[in-house]
Design a protein around this ligand. Structure first.
Ligand code: SF4
Length: 362
């Protein structure tokens, strides 16, 4: 797998999807030493289960451990530090992480209790977990979701879990964007495996999951976050830490020259059932056999429209989406299946950005 590559897959079989994506990475040529210290860094920001839209699905962790162990890697640790005010140990327990130690012999490390290395990066002083700093290969497992302060959270922001609680507080007082970029300039993931199964619409602590049944893999956290940003319908102005991270040499935002590959097409029929705030937005849709990734893009685009105060543009209207619309004509439609729409957003699935741009022009 090249650094300018992004690989995506869609499935409800998370374990199989994880292994298929890992097989594309060719980790052995990159990491020939089978005793290399590997850290798996999930997103356990709070002590809740993945169906809330906040935390990494455990099947992804199982899939990666089984894949790595089948290749002979033995020195694997799961390491995470929940946000200030929640207990990582509780998050491990709620998600039954003890099974990873019992079944695979993989230890768990609460980074809140780790030793820290103090670093100054781009004028931001921070305490970073010594174990994370000293590992040979860090695999980050973020959940792609919305965030009330930074619009979205994915690869770059997931690294915040390797900080001391004191540094996490400091990051918030500094407005998050610059410190997140500065942290990644010191310690960045070597590989990112994104859980975009049902990330939250708005909040990193979950509550409004939006089903997408998708996973994304890349080596360049900046490129990956650029792609994820477009998926959620945002621009660089909305998520300044992405461009800043590029400025600090973490990676590249050049999505036009990225090699984007899908292992399989989105799964055909899902019957996405949005909850919470997502359900409110769903009332503007006419969904008939839509793929979940497609539907997730539409919900995120409607959220962007709402944030911009333009939801009135679709009031009283229904945006068509789904395979049952193939061959039909309609006023507003989304994706290849709704090619007969007077106003349409292309793609299969389309990004939330493409849908948002189309809706703005109504
Ligand atoms: S355009 Fe149709 S086939 Fe493609 S993702 Fe959307 S609903 Fe699925």
């Amino acid at each position: 797998m090249e650094r300018n590559e992004i690989i995506i897959d869609y499935s409800r079989d998370i374990l199989a999807m994880t292994k298929a994506l890992m097989a594309e990475v060719d980790i052995e040529s990159e990491l020939p030493n089978k005793n290399a210290k590997i850290i798996l860094k999930p997103n356990l920001v709070v002590a809740t289960t993945p169906d809330s839209g906040a935390t990494t699905h455990i099947e992804i962790i199982s899939g990666i451990i089984e894949f790595l162990q089948s290749k002979g890697y033995r020195n694997i640790t799961i390491a995470e530090g929940s946000w200030v005010g929640d207990s990582t140990l509780r998050a491990f327990k709620v998600n039954n992480y003890m099974q990873f130690t019992k079944k695979y012999g993989v230890p768990l490390l609460d980074l809140k209790g780790d030793d820290y290395v103090t670093v100054n990066s781009h004028g931001v002083k921070m305490e970073i977990s010594q174990t994370a700093m000293e590992c040979d290969y860090l695999i980050s497992l973020p959940v792609l979701k919305g965030h009330c302060q930074t619009a979205m959270t994915c690869a770059l922001k997931n690294m915040k879990g390797i900080l001391s609680d004191r540094s996490k507080r400091l990051f918030h007082s500094l407005g998050l964007h610059k410190p997140i970029a500065a942290l990644n300039a010191v310690k960045c993931a070597d590989l990112v495996v994104v859980d975009s199964i049902c990330g939250d619409l708005d909040f990193e602590e979950g509550g409004n999951p939006v089903e997408a049944n998708r996973m994304i893999v890349a080596k360049d956290s900046v490129l990956l976050d650029t792609y994820a940003m477009l998926m959620l319908g945002y621009s660089f102005d909305d998520v300044p830490y992405i461009s800043l991270a590029e400025e600090y040499g973490v990676g590249y935002t050049d999505i036009k020259h990225a090699r984007i590959r899908e292992l399989h097409a989105p799964e055909s029929v899902t019957g996405a059932q949005p909850t919470g705030q997502a359900r409110q937005l769903a009332r503007f849709t006419d969904q008939r056999s839509a793929c979940s990734a497609c539907y997730a893009s539409l919900i995120h685009a409607l959220k962007r429209l709402d944030q911009e105060g333009m939801l009135g543009l679709v009031r009283g209207k229904k945006i068509c989406i789904g395979q049952e619309f193939q061959g039909h004509e309609m006023d507003i439609g989304v994706g290849k299946c709704c090619a007969g729409a007077k106003h349409g957003a292309k793609g299969c699935p389309p990004t939330a950005s493409a849908i948002f741009n189309m809706l703005q022009e109504l």
